[in-house]
Write a protein that binds this ligand. Structure first.
Ligand SMILES: [Zn+2]
Ligand SMILES: [Zn+2]
Length: 186
């Protein structure tokens, strides 16, 4: 029996890793591959992993002296809006991250801050906070449909990409317009 009876994590939650099968012997390793549904609000205001979309996780768990070192790769679809022309963007994300999770009551657990090192709850590891950090860091702050997106016409709000090359709102003086008509006739 371990002496930490209260575990708040649910071993069956998609982003919780159960290390019961991993011997607590430094160097022991285990690989986990799973597809999990994206949690809500995974991303930024303009671009995100759609809630419920498939995230392909490839995880390597390695026992170290005071915990478990997790190396993970996550691949997921992205959807968002171009920050210039507001049209929809679809893209994909491929991020890798690594985090040490300290055993409860290990020296590392007692002597480090939570933001330096993750914490195990019994045999369980919650991957979600580190996944969120890795995803958010990998996303562009100013997503674009393409790098040189010209944005919107400031007068009519239509994307320049959808307007003819000579699109303009320049008001021609009516007298000149009449002259133009005359010239055409002659
Ligand atoms: Zn755009
Ligand atoms: Zn316009």
């Amino acid at each position: 029996m371990r002496d930490h009876p209260t575990t708040h994590l649910d071993a069956r939650a998609p982003l919780v890793l159960d290390t019961r099968d991993l011997p607590r012997t430094p160097g022991a390793m285990r690989a986990v591959e799973r597809v999990v549904p994206a949690p809500e609000n995974l991303g930024l205001e303009l671009i995100r992993v759609p809630e419920g979309a498939d995230i392909a996780l490839t995880v390597r768990l390695e026992s170290v002296s005071e915990g478990v070192l997790v190396s993970a790769r996550a691949q997921a679809p992205l959807e968002g809006e171009c920050g210039r022309c507001l049209r929809d963007i679809t893209d994909s994300l491929d991020v890798q991250f690594q985090q040490l999770y300290a055993y409860e009551h290990s020296t590392t657990d007692e002597t480090t801050d939570d933001d330096e090192v993750g914490r195990m709850q019994g045999d369980l590891i919650d991957l979600e906070p580190e996944l969120r950090d890795a995803v958010v860091l990998a996303l562009p702050l100013h997503p674009r449909c393409r790098p040189d997106c010209p944005g919107l016409c400031p007068d009519c709000g239509v994307p320049w990409d959808e307007l003819p090359a000579d699109h303009s709102h320049t008001q021609v003086d009516p007298r000149w317009a009449a002259l133009g008509q005359l010239n055409k006739k002659s």
